[in-house]
Design a protein. Structure first.
Length: 383
């Protein structure tokens, strides 16, 4: 059930070991599910409970998890040693993590920790500090694996391409249903159903679909409405294959576009072109954001844009498909070849009530980025 070859996983482990040596780490405690999946193939949502993959500098790995995930680890990963902590009243799995690490010879070692992850709650983090703070020298290594994951291998790029294809086809399956009287639930069903039917996965966060006033929201919320004869519909969705995401975003119009929609679309399309020009080696994530911001400001849309315009994407788990590398002002993260990056031009004009959003996933190259979607950048309307 592994999605990659043993050689691929071995290259990843070697890259991790090299970076650990550079940081003088004897081991790392991985709590992020994305890190575990990238390194071993381990695929689960069990990270909502306490679990930790400990990796030594020499490559030895041991997973501490619950009994519910023992078979999951056996079935989906290359981890050979799985230690189960037992659910019971008053259980403190940090004690069992310390005992496992003691058995690995890590007493007094310099150990990196993934503190910044949804896989380690504040409460569990306190347990780790309490039981391991005097056992080993703990240092923050939250950025270690994400920095390695941001550059994709050829095998990963193949999954990103497949995810993009699934996303394109899902939109094409949904579009014929967009009309007056259509229920938002039916549109979501078509989007997600088409992806699952064709072998894709659930996304790491819910698809965003809102019409009318809710077209100005860029988060999922509960509740549905039916489309009016004159309406706007904002959709953010993603094809997903082997947990690899290729998000897309569009605002489409039911009926005929308003003049304000046309103005906002022109600004968004121009900003997306500017972002593409900036998304090249030699530039930074901050430069990409600045290119977007300059166009928005030239169109007097500074109040209506967001403080970020995209991020890295890859294999991600709930609650978000966003990787930590973001297009924000001042981000010095360099653009390098073989990144998969999602750029979104989100314009929410609360004064007029009009929304216009454009977004797609790119593969960076030695030169201009390659858009992984074949959907055109156009102001799509039913009228």
């Amino acid at each position: 059930m592994l999605h990659f070859t043993p050689d691929e996983f071995e290259r990843r482990r070697a890259r991790l070991s090299a970076e650990m040596a550079e940081r003088k780490l004897d081991a790392v405690m991985l709590f992020a599910q994305d890190s575990m999946f990238w390194l071993t193939g381990y695929d689960t949502f069990g990270f909502c409970f306490f679990q930790c993959l400990v990796v030594k500098a020499d490559g030895e790995m041991r997973l501490l998890t619950r009994s519910a995930d023992l078979r999951q680890a056996r079935a989906t990963s290359n981890i050979e040693t799985v230690v189960v902590w037992r659910d019971r009243g008053g259980a403190n799995p940090a004690i069992e993590l310390r005992d496992m690490m003691d058995d690995m010879g890590l007493l007094g070692a310099r150990v990196g920790v993934e503190w910044s992850t949804h896989g380690l709650t504040a409460a569990n983090g306190k347990l780790v500090e309490e039981k391991l703070g005097s056992f080993a020298a703990l240092t923050d290594a939250s950025d270690l694996v994400p920095a390695l994951r941001v550059i994709k291998s050829e095998a990963e790029i193949a999954y990103a391409r497949e995810a993009a294809r699934l996303g394109d086809e899902a939109f094409e399956a949904m579009w014929p249903l967009v009309r007056e009287g259509a229920d938002e639930g039916a549109l979501l069903h078509a989007l997600q159903g088409d992806i699952l039917l064709k072998g894709g996965d659930y996304p790491a966060n819910p698809f965003i679909l809102g019409s009318g006033e809710d077209a100005l929201l860029c988060r999922y919320k509960s509740g549905r409405r039916t489309l009016s004869a004159q309406d706007q519909l904002t959709i953010e969705w993603s094809g997903v294959k082997a947990q690899y995401h290729a998000p897309l975003m569009r605002t489409v119009i039911v009926g005929r576009p308003l003049m304000r929609h046309e103005e906002l679309f022109a600004a968004g399309a121009e900003a997306l072109k500017a972002v593409e020009e900036a998304m090249r080696p030699g530039q930074t994530f901050g430069d990409v954001f600045d290119a977007h911001a300059r166009v928005m400001e030239a169109h007097d849309l500074a109040r209506h844009r967001l403080a970020a315009c995209g991020y890295s994407v890859g294999a991600r788990f709930a609650p978000s498909w966003m990787d930590p590398q973001m297009f924000v002002s001042g981000n010095a993260e360099p653009i390098r070849p073989n990144m998969t990056l999602f750029a979104h031009m989100i314009i929410m004009d609360s004064d007029s009530g009009a929304a216009m959003c454009l977004g797609q996933t790119y593969l960076t190259t030695e030169g201009a980025p390659e858009c992984l979607s074949r959907l055109p950048i156009e102001l799509k309307a039913t009228g």
